[in-house]
Design a protein around this ligand. Sequence first.
Ligand code: MN
Length: 373
Amino acid sequence: MTAKIWTHSADSHLLEPKDLWHQFLPRAQAERMPRIEQINDDEERVHVDGKSFVRPLPKIMKVKGSTGLTIAELSHRPPGSRDIHARLADLNQEGVWAEVMFQSIGLWCGLIDDPELIRAAARAENEWLATEIQAVAPDRLVPAALMPLVDVDAAVAELYHAAEVGLHLVNMTTGHPRAAKDYNDDSWEPLWAAAEETGLVVAFHIGTDGGDQASMFRGPGGAVLNYVQAGMGGQYAAMKLVASGALERHPRMRVLVAEGGASWVPFIGDRMNEAYRQHSMFVRPQLARPPKDYLYEQVYASFQHDETAPAALWAMGYRNVMFGTDYPHLEGTFGHTQETLHGLFDDMTPEVRHRITRGAFEELFPHVSAPPA
Ligand code: MN
């Protein structure tokens, strides 16, 4: 360990205040919004609009935060996950300058069925994100807008609203949106056009398919199988936008697949090119260039620990590899970010390190400032 490596993070999270919905929404609506209730030392219950389910709490890990944390806080919810000033102290200590921040509680909004409720919730959360979060350090904090994906018109309206309040990206679910056609359908065209027009990045955070219990693996190895499976929704989302021609029609549109690793991109690109070439008689629509070109140019992908991710750049020519801490989650690097960065990059050229820690991020979000020299 020598000098501090400053990085940006393309994948971080914030935990909304417990009373967020009550601050913005009428009581009757606020009470239907997602909330999390800890039911014992090992489990919590997620409530969303009359539905609820239990999920295991992350196990306590050794985490070195900026403050003296109690054991209960040494989980994936250190004070900085809620308190924006404690967060900045954590970021400075970890060597993280700017970061994309996804919601936590807001992610469960995908389970809401009532279009009116989800539209109101997204509008409220996005105004809160712009004024209470991003405004604290607009050159460092890049919160993702919550999107009402109940229909395309609602999504388009909220994307323009997010742009108007100054947000820089929108957060889509990786799964097939519940009340709309899938992302490869042309009905989504107005949203891609709006993203291109405003310059907002279209982000897919892995594991936002909706928590389908039926498709979970069980038995020996289940935890590992489910972990890998959870990352695949982002790959499908990217493939849908490439294969349907959406990215070709919108060459300035940029997509971020967060937390799902990066070395899948060359692999998927090769597979898509082979399909395109060998099965060309079946391929609709025809694209002007091979699918891998669009994937490589317009899709950005973030990883935390993956030791093969840098090679996707230097050995396989995929330039949009981005580091992400996944702060403050268990899957992330909080407490060992510098160790992780040195392990990844000490043997790499300065160009590779710069591109992955900063260059790709600053290309997507040119408004962020540079870290201390
Ligand atoms: Mn994440």
